[in-house]
Design a protein around this ligand. Sequence first.
Ligand code: AMP
Length: 114
Amino acid sequence: MSDCIFCKIINKEIPSEIIYEDDKVIAFKDVNPQSPIHVLVIPKEHIESANDIDDVNSNLISHIFLTIKDLAKELGIDREGYRIVNNCGEFGGQTVSHMHFHILGGRKFSWPPG
Ligand code: AMP
């Protein structure tokens, strides 16, 4: 999508701190980190939100979670733990309409999130 900021990151039209990339997904540092480690993992395919996961594209979700697991190890946060967040839609707090998963680590989180 031409006006999607995350598609622009995928297409290298705007700069970002990419830490991992393959043919299906890309991971980069969040520009406004909410924890010492804050990485976004996104599919290269423009999927708007979790509402748009279907039988055809759902294989991307397992690939994203395998990527998250590997990145957590690489980033050294796998043993102490971390939070995976997907915000869906307005009430879910989604501000960028390209499905993404936050990896938040390096500090302790509480529950419920508020
Ligand atoms: P969400 O609120 O779940 O939609 O999360 C969107 C996230 O994208 C926020 O944490 C933003 O800080 C982050 N973000 C927005 N633009 C960029 C960008 N150009 N590079 C990296 N992260 C970004």
